[in-house]
Design a protein around this ligand. Structure first.
Ligand SMILES: Nc1ncnc2c1ncn2[C@@H]1O[C@H](COP(=O)(O)OP(=O)(O)OP(=O)(O)O)[C@@H](O)[C@H]1O
Length: 324
């Protein structure tokens, strides 16, 4: 039921993306418009960051992609197939970690994975132990595999969750806020694990409300705000579309700021021993010369590359400031 018949083969168009949505919309019963006309394209082989403040519609989108809830309108295709119609053929090829892993605290990490594996009707019981051992090894939990899961740190629980998603080879990993609640060390571990997984060709789609996290691990990103897509593209393109900032490092910040304003530079901001402004249209050397001529002791000077945060500010006119 629901699967396309042999006469109407599903075309998997690689150019279409591993995930592709068109006009995807979710309005909840109470009238809340959680996702509004989303057109998302996730290229094969990318580490795709789905970025947005809390409440911007990320989890709702992921739930629609995984066939957990029905869209109100629009379409979603995952691995080239329509969701939720193709849930049964698509989900076995996708490793998903949504809203934290469901673990039995009284079982060891290894026994939790054995349970997961035995719940999969396609998993051969004869190779179960080897599969579980490989997954534990992959996430660096071999040494702790005999410990009860309730004694695991949050980071270890998260890694065990990832191991459960990795019991079978996957074409796509979908991770909802994989570093949420972790300490900096735990975050670093999960990030390096994600990079490693991506390096052997798995497409990774992860949501996050942390800009620098996306910048550190993702090749591509989409930015959501209030249920709408603000932008998407490669991380370098997104940042490159935004101009960097001119900076002057000097003890004479007052004089430096005055000179920059006299030269017509916009958005001059003074901080301790540092003045920044929008980059000028004129030659940088001219600006430097004007500073030096005015007696400003220039200790550092140049244009900094724009970050994803600069891009976000430029797009929305506001900072990426999220509450908890
Ligand atoms: N089952 C539901 N019924 C009604 N409204 C909902 C439901 N689930 C989510 N919402 C609302 O939809 C909006 C988007 O929520 P969603 O959880 O998708 O955002 P998010 O970006 O994933 O945020 P978070 O990171 O906090 O999970 C929010 O305003 C939320 O209150």
């Amino acid at each position: 039921m629901g699967e396309p018949s042999a006469e109407v083969p599903e075309q998997v168009d690689a150019g279409d993306g591993i995930i592709a949505t068109r006009g995807l919309t979710k309005r909840f019963r109470g009238g809340q418009l959680a996702v509004d006309g989303l057109d998302l394209t996730v290229p094969a082989g990318s580490v795709f960051g789905f970025l947005g403040p809390n409440g911007s519609g990320k989890t709702t989108t992921i739930r629609m992609l995984m066939g957990l809830i029905e869209p109100s309108s629009g379409t979603a295709r995952v691995l080239g197939r329509p969701m939720p119609r193709s849930v049964r053929t698509v989900l076995p090829r996708v490793g998903a970690l949504i809203e934290g892993p469901a673990l039995y605290g009284f079982l060891s990490g290894r026994d939790n994975l054995l349970r997961y594996d035995s719940a999969d009707p396609t998993a051969d019981p004869r190779t179960r132990r080897a599969r579980v051992a490989a997954a534990l090894d992959r996430v660096g939990l071999t040494a702790a595999s005999g410990k009860k899961a309730k004694a695991y740190s949050l980071g270890m629980k998260q890694r065990l969750g990832l191991a459960s998603a990795l019991l079978q080879p996957r074409e796509l990993l979908v991770l909802d806020e994989p570093t949420n609640g972790l300490d900096p060390q735990g975050m670093r571990e999960i990030r390096s694990l994600i990079r490693e997984l991506a390096s052997d060709g798995t497409t990774v789609f992860l949501s996050s409300h942390l800009l620098d996290e996306i910048e550190q691990v993702c090749t591509h990103a989409a930015v959501m705000a209030q249920g709408r897509l603000i932008t998407q593209g490669s991380v370098t393109e997104l940042a490159a579309g935004t101009r960097g900032r001119l900076f002057v490092t000097t003890p004479d910040v007052g004089d430096a700021a005055r000179v920059l304003k006299e030269l017509g530079l916009a958005d001059v901001v003074v901080a301790e021993e540092r003045v920044t402004a929008e980059p000028p249209d004129r030659e940088l050397a001219e600006v430097n010369e004007a500073l030096v001529t005015a007696g400003v002791r220039v200790r550092g000077f140049g244009v900094e590359r724009a970050s994803l945060e600069d891009a976000f500010v430029a797009l929305t006119g506001e900072g990426f400031d999220v509450a908890g």
